[in-house]
Design a protein around this ligand. Structure first.
Ligand code: NAP
Ligand code: ZN
Ligand code: ZN
Length: 361
């Protein structure tokens, strides 16, 4: 560990308890080690997982907590063994900043399933310090968890790709949900769900948004390009759509019955659960047995796959629909996210908050 002077002094916004309210905080992070990349954060998306964590929904939150895991910015400094990054490069960081590099998932380039994964925040770095996320002006990250952001992707709209984007791209690829013409439903038109619609369209699927919000129908069809819209609270609509889908991506963040959605799946249909629901979900087993349906889950994607996804976004012109906010709006934006009032991802303009004081020392 370096002397106090060689540590980087960082300013951010932290929650101090389960109210989730954030306020300014100052802290130090380790000096730039041989494999480290110091990143000047410019933008950070707000994922529903941030809300879950800030409010201690899973009972494992540690405070103070500097959240944020959809981070983009510029390289400010690199360690002596860093290959592939240099000062000024456009980069991003997602949900993880470390793994063991030796276990089976790590060796198969699926480090997100490493039992020793290190979360971007609410975790502990190998140097014993807490990890702090992207609601701050600087982050220091091992080079293996830093991604290059392609030049054609704007840094603000690219930020949510690093969690919301890869969270749907990865299972769609893994579970073979990419066959053009197949019918895909997306439950919940929020940050993750709207990326589900975008990727499903980019793969050539017929897309049905399954939503509790009638007010989202026009935008779903006209802006996001959905082919159909199903109001999940309307039983008649749901019954009329029975067995009409091959795949469903479920992004609901709170407890919900699975049976009405399973009924929408055709034979051999797949329901992929992405929402991290704090309590158990239930379903009637006959609803998967009689139809050979599959229920599975998936967690973000690897660095390799995220890099592939970023290139796919350039190729297919896919990006996130964002509402850019200033840092002083963080607490209000969390309240709005809780009330399902965001189209479709808040992205905090972190760089703007530090325009007059850009240096880490
Ligand atoms: P979000 O922006 O809040 O979107 C969730 C959407 O779900 C809402 O827009 C709403 O859409 C719908 N919804 C909300 N409450 C509902 C309810 N009670 N019943 C039915 N639908 C409801 O959240 P997000 O950032 O997309 O995250 C969604 C979930 O995925 C969270 O639990 C998050 O922790 C999790 N997540 C998981 C991963 C992973 O790797 N698996 C990665 C990122 C996030 P409508 O208005 O259209 O109904
Ligand atoms: Zn996330
Ligand atoms: Zn590992």
């Amino acid at each position: 560990m370096g002397s106090l002077d060689s540590l980087h002094h960082v300013s951010g916004w932290a929650a101090h308890d389960a109210s989730g309210q954030v306020s300014p905080i100052g802290y130090t992070v380790r000096e730039t080690g041989p494999n480290d990349v110091l990143i000047k954060v410019l933008f950070c998306g707000i994922c529903h997982t941030d809300l879950h964590q800030l409010r201690n929904d899973y009972g494992a939150s540690k405070y103070p907590m500097v959240a944020g895991h959809e981070v983009t910015g510029l390289v400010a400094e690199v360690g002596k063994d860093v290959k592939g990054f240099k000062d000024g490069d456009r980069v991003g960081v997602g949900c993880l900043v470390g793994s063991c590099h030796g276990c089976k998932p790590c060796k198969q380039d699926m480090e997100q399933y490493c039992p020793k994964r290190i979360w971007t925040y609410n975790d502990v770095s190998p140097d014993g310090r807490p990890t702090y996320g992207g609601f701050a002006n600087f982050m220091i990250v091992d080079q293996s968890f830093v991604l290059k952001i392609p030049d054609n992707l704007p840094l603000d709209a690219a930020a949510p790709l690093l969690c919301a984007g890869i969270t749907v791209y990865s299972p769609m690829k893994h579970f073979g949900m990419t066959e053009p013409g197949k019918r895909c439903g997306v439950i919940g038109l929020g940050g993750v769900g709207h990326m589900g619609v975008k990727f499903a369209k980019a793969f050539g699927l017929h897309v049905t948004v399954i939503s509790t919000s009638p007010s989202k129908e026009n935008e779903a069809r006209l802006v996001l390009g959905a082919d159909a819209f199903l109001l999940s609270t309307d039983e008649k609509q749901m019954q009329a759509a029975a067995q009409s889908l091959d795949y469903i991506i479920d992004t609901v963040p709170s407890p919900h019955p699975l049976d009405p959605y399973l009924a929408l799946l055709d034979m051999n249909g797949k329901l992929i659960i992405l929402g991290v629901v704090p309590s158990p979900l239930q379903f009637v087993t006959a609803n998967i047995i009689l139809g050979r349906r599959l229920i599975a889950g998936s967690f973000i994607g690897s660095i390799k796959e995220t890099s592939e996804m970023l290139n796919f976004c350039v190729e297919k012109n896919v990006s996130c629909l964002i509402e850019t906010i200033q840092a002083d709006y963080l607490n209000k934006s969390m309240k709005r996210l809780e009330k399902n009032d965001v189209r479709y991802r808040f992205v905090v303009d972190i760089g703007k908050a530090f325009e007059s004081k850009p240096q880490a020392s």
